[in-house]
Design a protein around this ligand. Structure first.
Ligand SMILES: Nc1nc2c(c(=O)[nH]1)N[C@H]1C(S)=C(S)[C@@H](COP(=O)(O)OP(=O)(O)OC[C@H]3O[C@@H](n4cnc5c(=O)[nH]c(N)nc54)[C@H](O)[C@@H]3O)O[C@H]1N2
Ligand SMILES: Nc1nc2c(c(=O)[nH]1)N[C@H]1C(S)=C(S)[C@@H](COP(=O)(O)OP(=O)(O)OC[C@H]3O[C@@H](n4cnc5c(=O)[nH]c(N)nc54)[C@H](O)[C@@H]3O)O[C@H]1N2
Ligand code: SF4
Ligand SMILES: [Mo]
Length: 707
């Protein structure tokens, strides 16, 4: 029978949440009838959970298949020196090996020679424990996580403008009630399908939807107006709209005077971006720019929502800043049903960046270089603040340093062989390590390179909190008994810490870890101290910041003041600049990358689900018929896509829904169709986010294999 925690009704269905994206859809699980195997469960609709109201996408619906999958890991693996192969081992042996290797590396090369790489899919408890483990047990500064590839540009822009970074400053349901939404580089019809309902409701109540995407996606099909700029030109586009706002007298001077700083400089920067110049840069005709600006300003309330399209650029922080400027200049921020928001990505994309697995952060969204923050957190951890290391390298820079001054790595919750930019190079760096340990649920492409693989429990087999895109802290609860050979990530960290001299300080009970996290976050920007497992359960999640009880939590931010010292939002003066790599004679096309509906991220989990593989069996190159004709390529022909970093091969998918100067590849697959063999690791100077969304390529038609 499934193991049920907490106060339960006689109904054996257990409320929990999807393991995948940041919507964190509510669902319930109960034993599948007639299966007779405790690990086989079925999904039951959970209509009461407000975010998805029962709806799930195919990935969420089929997530239980990964629990009982034959290919999941159920025993530790250790690489045998004689055979060079990964072979089964006991937990004692595996953990001993990891502890010895990490200690040996630190002794030989210094504590910073040990690196840690985390993930935005890890629960708050795990992210917190991993950050603490790195700083306290290993004493290394070299920790970062895959959220750097995902959220960091929007986070940096949020902090600059508002003094606080939370994906959406309002509940998602507010989107349905505003007057106009500009959706910039989000394909939420495929990446958060249940959220599409809010856009449908918006339109049904007379609201307008503008989508900005170089492709006519399923999301763009829903739009009243679709602008299809060249990849990497969103910054110019936003500046052009702001120019038109000023030119047509749509500025909200009263709001600017009362609630912001820095308008003259931002205004001057925007005025240098003439609509005709913006048309030349973006390829979007001036009348369309004007129409978008008018739709946005004519509505009484409006929102701008960005996702990875504009953010995964080497100027992502400035780009998001420009969209925020547009909101501020028109008085569309810090007011009910108006504002700027970022649609975070991973299951715990929000919480994962608040509690200390990021290179520069301590729990509660505190800064590692702030003496007061160090003193507070060191107090909770019972250590001397001076022993805490300083900030480390960002994710790509850390991966790039492997085998150099970072010689051993502990990796939890990411599959960079598939998902890192310039992936063949990163794969080589991983191979050059003296030692790597990976905790995972399956033998991912990265785990396959490890010296020790630690099999861990999955979402429905363990309890823990995540923080969804709205800043709503929710509780996943144990609904099934894990297979006997696996342990939780918290147990892994506990076991390693104990071997490294920390018998105490790494509890395995998630609620105990959460209670410590609450104390560590108290008084910080992301204050969780008033949030308890009990409250989350009773209230369908609690929005941070939530200081000590009886605080109600904060569904809507900034209505009275922004989180800056003087309470005013800050305009940022930004100007357009080109992508790090633009098409030229040798590489004449843009490549952009992203997602499809039925696969998740590096595919480590979803490529194990038959139904999803049927729907999305493999990589492809989306290209316009004009380009296909120039190449002499027909539907399904194998195409080689070549960039300065490498080459990938995948079948042609010919479609009018993409600009003729651009090709698109999803990044979910390894092997010869690996999109990240091509991508450019050029980093945003502020957020250190790589430019996944723009690089220059050439495309060659290959002969079809005979037969
Ligand atoms: N099915 C599915 N859903 C997911 C995920 C998944 O892997 N699969 N992953 C989750 C995660 S972690 C994330 S981060 C989110 C991501 O969610 P999204 O951001 O919606 O996903 P992407 O497909 O990466 O990018 C969105 C769109 O950006 C467009 N784009 C490309 N270049 C540009 C550009 O220069 N400017 C603009 N404006 N648009 C551009 C692409 O054409 C694409 O349609 O999805 C989450 N949900
Ligand atoms: N070209 C291109 N590349 C991209 C992007 C893009 O748009 N284009 N998007 C980027 C973005 S936004 C993201 S978020 C990254 C994501 O890419 P990755 O960081 O590779 O993310 P996942 O594929 O989700 O990898 C998670 C791994 O951890 C395992 N796992 C899942 N849950 C747990 C857990 O609780 N504990 C442990 N120990 N393991 C777990 C999974 O099985 C899987 O192997 O990809 C980035 N890469
Ligand atoms: S939309 Fe996201 S959270 Fe909801 S079921 Fe799909 S993958 Fe899971
Ligand atoms: Mo992401």
């Amino acid at each position: 029978m499934p193991h049920v925690t907490g106060a339960m009704t006689p109904d054996p269905a257990v409320n929990t949440h999807c393991p995948y994206c940041s919507l964190q859809c509510g669902m319930a699980l109960r034993p599948a009838p007639g299966e007779g195997r405790a690990e086989v469960v079925e999904v039951v609709e959970r209509t009461a959970f407000p975010v998805n109201r029962g709806a799930l996408c195919g990935k969420g619906r089929t997530a239980p298949a990964v629990l009982s999958s034959q290919v999941r890991l159920t025993e530790p693996l250790v690489r045998r020196p004689d055979t060079g192969r990964l072979e089964p081992a006991t937990w004692e042996e595996a953990l001993d090996r990891v502890a010895e290797a990490l200690t040996g590396t630190a002794q030989a090369h210094g504590q910073d020679a040990v690196g840690v790489f985390g993930g935005g899919g890890l629960t708050n408890e795990k992210a917190y424990a991993l950050g603490k483990f790195a700083r306290v047990v290993l004493g290394t500064s070299q920790i970062d996580y895959n959220g750097r590839f995902c959220m960091s540009s929007a986070a940096a822009a949020h902090n600059k403008a508002f003094g606080l970074d939370r994906g959406l400053p309002f509940p998602l349901a507010d989107v349905a009630r505003t007057g106009c939404v500009i959706l910039v580089g989000s394909n939420l019809a495929e990446t958060m399908p249940p959220a599409l309902r809010y856009l449908t409701e918006l339109k049904e109540s007379g609201g307008k939807l503008i989508v900005i995407d170089p492709r006519r996606t399923r999301t763009a099909e829903q739009a009243d107006l679709h602008l299809a700029p060249r990849p990497g030109t969103d910054l110019a586009l936003a500046l052009g709209l702001l120019h038109l706002v000023v030119a047509e007298g749509r500025v909200d001077e009263e709001f600017i005077a009362r609630r912001t700083n820095g308008w003259p400089e931002a205004r001057a920067a925007a005025m240098a971006h003439w609509p005709e110049m913006v048309e030349r840069i973006t390829g979007v005709p001036v009348p369309e720019l004007r129409e978008a600006m008018r739709m946005f300003c004519d509505a009484e309330t409006s929102m701008v929502l960005t996702a990875r399209g504009p953010e995964q650029q080497s100027k992502g922080t400035d780009t998001v800043g420009a969209w925020i400027n547009l909101c501020l200049a028109t008085g569309r921020a810090g007011r009910p049903l108006s504002g700027y928001g970022c649609l975070t990505g991973q299951g715990n994309g929000q919480g994962g960046r608040e509690h200390g697995q990021k290179a520069d952060q301590l729990p509660g969204y505190r800064k590692l270089d702030d003496p007061a923050a160090r003193a507070h957190v060191a107090g909770v951890w019972g250590v001397d603040p001076d022993t805490l290391p300083g900030p480390g390298r960002s994710a790509y820079e850390l991966l790039d340093a492997l085998g150099g001054d970072v010689r051993a790595l502990l990796l939890m919750g990411s599959n960079p062989v598939v998902s890192a930019p310039r992936a063949a190079h990163i794969e080589a760096r991983l191979r050059s390590l003296d030692f790597m340990a990976v905790a995972d649920v399956v033998l991912s492409e990265t785990a396959a390179l490890a010296d020790v693989v630690l099999p861990v429990t999955q979402w429905a087999e363990e309890t823990g909190t995540t923080t969804n895109l709205e800043g709503r802290v929710i509780l996943r609860r144990t609904a099934v008994t894990p297979p006997p050979g696996v342990r939780s990530d918290l147990e892994v960290l506990h076991g390693l810490a104990a071997r490294l001299g920390w018998e105490k300080g790494f509890p395995t009970d998630p609620e105990e870890v959460f209670d410590e996290l609450r104390r560590a976050s108290a008084g910080g920007a992301a204050d969780y101290s008033g949030i308890t497992y009990r409250r989350i359960t009773e209230e369908d999640g609690v929005f941070w910041p939530c200081p000590e009880e009886p605080h109600p939590g904060t569904p809507r931010l900034f209505l009275d003041r922004f989180a800056t010292d003087d309470g005013r939002a800050r305009f940022v003066p930004v100007s357009h600049r080109p992508a790090a790599e633009e098409p030229d004679a040798e590489y004449p096309l843009f490549l952009t990358t992203g997602r499809v509906l039925s696969q998740y991220q590096s595919g480590a989990q979803t490529r194990r689900v038959e139904e999803l593989n049927r729907a999305a069996p493999g990589p492809f190159v989306q290209l316009h018929p004009q380009l296909a004709e120039r190449l002499g390529a027909a539907e399904g022909d194998p195409l080689a896509v070549v960039s300065r970093r490498g080459r990938a091969v995948a079948p042609a998918r010919i479609s009018r829904d993409i600009r003729p100067d651009t090709v698109f590849m999803p990044f979910h697959w390894a092997g010869e169709g690996r999109a990240n063999a091509l991508t450019n690791p050029a980093l945003d100077p502020v957020s250190r986010m790589p430019e996944f969304k723009v690089c220059a390529v050439r495309v060659e038609r290959m002969e079809r294999a005979p037969g």
